[in-house]
Ligand binder design. Structure first.
Ligand code: FA5
Length: 328
């Protein structure tokens, strides 16, 4: 191949320069084209050989240009890729992570504790009948105990349940003893809302039925719960009180140490007692005994976690909620 042509091709840095080289050598007025045109002037015996030589040079130049074009193209592509490079290993910008609400965490923790004690977890409807919420639980129609649990009624005579106790009779109607169940859930009352009373809150109910279940078993169950929640040897206390659906009935409290003041205090949790014979009768049970207890989950969460106002649980204020991200 023509040495000068080779040097021209090699010197071309981009596709434009390469095109100029093509025009210079192979274009209409190019050097090779001129040489081909000049063939006619040669004596016929030289023409053939010279023609073959010029064509060979032409093909060599074309091949060199093609090779150079591919090289330039690859280099340009590599430069473009380098310029447009995206580092996919850079960490992305993340939004704030969500988390479980303190009440959800406390509920999960409680259910873990009771599952560990052999209780089955069951749930019931929030929209209840008067029968399950009151009647079957031995609240006579005009009894003043109903006033303590005033609630919201639908036009067809149903109500938003005031406690988780309606599940007692519902469960007994469809299951045979012996059994141990816990019922977590939302309950509603027509309350004058203040720092310790909400119109909607949560309870956890426990019901244990079998042969010869006694008050000592109830005492033991509350003690086991207290040990699991607040540590082995936590003190518990029962004080007599009245609920229509238990006899005898009591309020129960757990002794715990306030993390800020370091002082021991009684934490009043809820109600408990031996299941009333009229409740067993409403469920069609005979010859068994049992105990039940129920308490407010907000109440349990408020004091140990230092939430001074029950309304804070429901305001969705991140400044409050974020404080409990590490809890439990
Ligand atoms: C009852 O609801 C009974 N069903 C408990 C029970 C179950 C007794 C089984 C015997 C056997 P009481 O109305 O006291 O009882 O409510 C229980 C707990 O719910 C209270 O101790 C308190 O922790 C919580 N509680 C009651 N009213 C509210 C309210 N307005 N806001 C927040 N928590 C409340």
């Amino acid at each position: 191949m023509h040495e000068e042509a080779r040097a021209d091709v090699e010197a071309a840095e981009d596709l434009r320069a390469l095109q100029e080289v093509r025009v210079k050598w192979l274009g209409k007025k190019g050097r090779i084209t001129q040489e081909l045109k000049g063939l006619g002037a040669l004596p016929s015996d030289e023409r053939r050989e010279a023609g073959q030589r010029i064509h060979a040079v032409k093909e060599a130049i074309e091949a060199a240009i093609e090779a150079r074009r591919a090289t330039i193209h690859r280099a340009e592509l590599a430069a473009r890729l380098a310029a447009e490079r995206v580092d996919v290993t850079l960490p992305g910008r993340s939004g704030p992570a969500g988390g479980l609400h303190l009440l959800t965490k406390v509920t999960h923790h409680l259910l873990d504790v009771f599952a560990g004690l052999g209780y089955e977890v069951v749930t019931g409807p929030e929209l209840e009948t008067d029968h399950y919420n009151f009647g079957a639980l031995n609240f006579p129609p005009e009894h003043p105990a109903r006033d303590e649990q005033d609630t919201f009624w639908t036009r067809d005579g149903r109500l938003l349940r005031t406690h988780t106790s309606p599940m007692q009779v519902r469960y007994m109607e469809t299951h045979a003893p012996p059994f141990k169940v816990v019922v977590p859930g939302k309950v509603f009352r027509n309350e004058a809302v203040d720092a310790t009373h909400e119109a909607q809150f949560h309870q956890l109910e426990a019901l244990v039925v079998g042969e010869r279940i006694t008050m000592a078993d109830l005492r033991g169950a509350i003690q086991e719960m207290a040990d699991a929640l607040f540590g082995e040897g936590t003190r518990t206390r029962l004080q007599p009180t009245f609920f229509p659906f238990v006899e005898p009935g009591a309020e129960f409290a757990i002794r715990w140490t306030h993390p800020k003041t370091g002082r021991d205090e009684w934490l009043e949790l809820g109600g408990c007692g031996m299941v009333h014979p009229n409740v067993f009768a409403a469920a069609g049970y005979e010859g068994v005994t049992g105990f039940a207890f129920g308490f407010g989950i907000e109440r349990l969460a408020m004091v140990p976690y230092g939430v001074p106002d029950i309304r804070w649980f429901y305001q969705s204020d991140l400044r409050v909620l974020e404080q409990f991200e590490g809890a439990l």
